[in-house]
Design a protein around this ligand. Structure first.
Ligand SMILES: Cc1cc2nc3c(=O)[nH]c(=O)nc-3n(C[C@H](O)[C@H](O)[C@H](O)COP(=O)(O)O)c2cc1C
Length: 348
């Protein structure tokens, strides 16, 4: 489809299948895993532009890229051009190689301060932010993530994309919904195709891409330079190799076997505990385990009890037993696993 590699500024990407930024999901361990399993590019979860929050545990984790495969891209959320410029400088000093600006997130927490997708309804401020950030970190590529507009009757993505290109943006990702649509209905790709036709910088198509075939169809329909996958990668980080393989060969890869899923999940769990610390890691990893296992036979009773486990050892042990036992997972004795790990912790 596209034979030459895609570049963002000086960075040549491995392929054209990206991980979408998802707050609370695409932390460094998950991004790294997606990249290892085939994603060509990943942007961090959004980090606050407000300097008062930079030292917070949450923002520091979101801006931590130690050991991450290059290029390292940080997404910033905020509504004040000067503050966004300052935040961009701060992140570039800490190793960010690309700065992404969030104009796509409809979350109340973000939109109440007129940031995220609310910025699309305030075009002068949106453009001022891209200009301010681009001139604050000259030489560092700036990208923007947008929706198609504030509401279905005000789809201004094409006009804004032209303005952002003029303001110095190096790439734009477009989620095919308006802010008002939140996550409802279906993503539409006509606006993304119109954005692609209106600018010369690379355009990334995003929204509801959940299979290799859908990725191909969206690329064909929009003419976009790349696709970006969000929710379909939750608990399925191997989707990136499935899509890249299909785009390259037209053939579908076999689904990963249970052994591989267990080994990917274990790797994810271990990296997650290391990154977040054991106490908070055992809680924050539960949603990931849910995503990996929820569709498997017998998962529901297993997960209900898994979510009561309080130590990494108990969680790892339970995951191993889920995959090892030939009996329905509902009968796995999670209480015994929990007791065992508590006893180990006590005697240590
Ligand atoms: C849990 C969650 C968190 C998200 N956080 C962000 C974010 O921090 N920044 C952003 O630009 N978009 C965020 N998004 C939007 C996604 O990047 C993406 O645009 C959206 O999920 C549509 O793609 P999909 O249909 O492939 O999931 C988030 C989405 C989800 C589901």
């Amino acid at each position: 489809m596209h034979s030459s590699p895609l570049r963002i500024g000086p960075y040549e990407l491995r392929n054209r299948v990206f991980v979408a930024p998802m707050a609370g999901v695409t932390d460094r361990p998950f991004r790294q895993l997606c990249k290892r399993l085939g994603a060509g590019y990943a942007v961090s979860e959004m980090a606050a532009s407000n300097p008062r929050l930079w030292a917070s545990v949450k923002t520091s984790r979101r801006t931590n890229h130690d050991g991450e495969m290059e290029p390292r891209a940080v997404q910033l959320a905020g509504a004040d051009p000067a503050m966004m410029a300052e935040a961009a400088r701060f992140n570039v000093d800490r190793g960010a190689q690309i700065i992404d600006i969030n104009m796509g997130c409809p979350a109340k927490k973000v939109c109440n301060v007129a940031a995220g997708s609310a910025l699309m309804a305030d075009e002068p401020t949106a453009i001022a932010i891209v200009e301010a950030v681009a001139s604050a970190v000259a030489g560092v590529p700036i990208t923007v993530k947008i929706r198609t507009g504030p509401t279905p009757s005000q789809r201004n993505a094409v006009r804004l994309a032209r303005d952002f290109e003029r303001a110095g943006a190096a790439m734009i990702a477009v989620h095919g919904r308006t802010r008002a649509c939140a996550f409802g209905g279906h993503a539409e790709y006509e606006t993304i195709a119109a954005v692609k036709a209106a600018v010369t910088i690379p355009i990334v198509a995003n929204g509801d891409i959940d299979t290799p075939q859908k990725a191909r169809e969206v690329l064909m329909r929009t003419g976009a330079d790349a696709v970006m996958i969000g929710r379909a990668a939750q608990g399925r980080p191997w989707i990136f190799r499935e899509i890249t393989h299909y785009l390259a060969t037209g053939e579908l890869l076999a689904a990963p076997c249970a052994d591989e899923i267990r080994s990917v999940l274990r790797e994810h769990l271990l990296d997650h505990y290391q990154f977040h610390g054991e106490a908070s890691g055992v809680r924050s990893v539960r949603k990931h385990v849910n995503w990996y296992l929820c569709d498997r036979a017998g998962a529901q009773p297993f997960l209900a009890r898994f979510h009561t486990l309080e130590t990494p050892e108990a969680q790892l042990d339970a995951v191993d037993r889920f995959f090892e036992l030939p009996v329905p997972p509902a009968v796995i004795d999670i209480d015994a696993a929990n007791d065992k790990s508590y006893r180990q912790a006590e005697s240590a």
